[in-house]
Design a protein around this ligand. Structure first.
Ligand code: SF4
Length: 359
């Protein structure tokens, strides 16, 4: 099967700590802690769980001076770049910068006078700290709402107003997000802003919902845009443990071949299935977790009639028969195995092959 390459939109490159965003750099995964940032121990523990799950950038809410001051201690115990999420108060931005934060999420039009903007820009310029301008449908000004209503034009116009404030202050280290809770509106807004600016774009569907709903909304919203080459960094928003956001984000990127990793394909079962494939597929998914960072495609198919053929491009696979199944590798059948040994044999084969490659 020929690899279909997504052609990414050209964007500038910004640096966030040790992560490069934009240009040809891999689309990065971010999340946001839901601890009180001033609770250093809880925040560090959550940051480290996120890092372990594969998160690459972490945002922290900074609602007060205690939260800003905590960043110094958190930074010492967390390797990932940290972004301070600031609303309205430029002094909190200055405090977070002084505490060593790597990036800001702040809308410059919401922090008061041009003097305040200049104070923040002077501080970020010194350390080349990027700023994310994050507009969403709920934060549009009365003026914009009167002119455009809640629409892609309005959202993009609002983002461009913030962009113009930073550009006027001579600062261009920025990325932009135009999230909404409506997937079609989010897609339209990102398409529009992407046609107008070459700053890197941070993608997300906001208030996407709980694990199930939020996963579907994010996969469609973020996935559609990424498939069109739009987007440089992503955050999946779930009403859930933030660690769950990382699995969804990674899944979206892997599905679009923007990330290497384990891919399991399994058939939907049908009248030809003579084996408990649903249990086998679940067990395979669980027991293959230790191989999740390898670039492998594993097929779990219900029958030998279509199984090995339909999964020809898989590296390894099993195909069910009657109380037994076939173990195959790159479309070639290796042997017949009893049903209760199928997953053991599959895991054994993959482990042996990986071990021989690594030795
Ligand atoms: Fe049915 Fe076989 Fe196709 Fe699975 S692989 S859906 S069992 S025909």
């Amino acid at each position: 099967m020929n690899e279909v390459k997504i052609k990414r939109q050209k964007t500038r490159v910004i640096r966030l700590g040790n992560v490069l965003i934009g240009g040809d750099n891999p689309v990065s995964i971010q999340s946001m802690t839901n601890t009180h940032t001033s609770d250093v121990a809880a925040t560090v523990a959550q940051c480290n769980k996120l890092a372990e799950a594969g998160c690459e950038i972490i945002r922290l809410a900074v609602p007060d001076q205690d939260a800003a001051a905590a960043i110094t201690k958190i930074k010492k115990q967390v390797k990932l770049p940290l972004i301070a999420d600031i609303h309205f108060d430029y002094k909190l931005a200055l405090a977070a910068i002084a505490a060593g934060v790597d990036g800001l999420r702040l809308n410059p039009g919401n922090i008061g006078s041009q003097q305040n903007v200049i104070k923040v820009v002077d501080a970020v310029r010194e350390r080349k700290i990027p700023i994310r301008i994050g507009v969403n449908s709920g934060s549009l000004s009365k003026e914009i709402l009167r002119k455009y209503g809640v629409s892609a034009q309005g959202i993009v116009e609002s983002a461009l107003e913030h962009v113009a404030i930073l550009e006027k202050a001579g600062y261009e280290e920025m990325k932009i997000s135009v999230k909404t809770s409506s997937v079609p509106l989010t897609i339209e807004s990102y398409r529009l802003i992407s046609s107008k600016v070459d700053y890197p774009l941070h993608l997300g569907v906001t208030e996407a919902g709980t694990d199930f709903t939020g996963t579907i909304k994010s996969a469609i919203g973020i996935g559609t845009l990424l498939a069109e080459g739009i987007g440089d960094t992503i955050r999946v928003s779930l009403t859930s443990d933030p660690v769950n956001e990382i699995a969804v984000a990674t899944g979206i990127l892997q599905t679009l071949h923007q990330r290497q990793g384990l891919e399991i394909i399994s058939c939907p079962t049908c009248g030809r299935t003579e084996i408990d494939l649903i249990s086998l597929a679940g067990e395979a998914e669980q027991r293959l977790q230790p191989f999740s960072r390898y670039n492998l495609k594993v097929a779990v198919m219900g029958c030998v009639v279509n199984g090995p053929g339909e999964a020809r491009e898989a590296d390894y696979g099993i195909a069910g028969g009657k109380k037994e199944g076939l173990l195959f590798k790159k479309g070639e059948i290796l042997k017949k195995v009893p049903e209760n040994r199928l997953i053991d044999e599959l895991i054994g084969l993959i482990s042996a092959d990986l071990a021989s490659k690594e030795s």
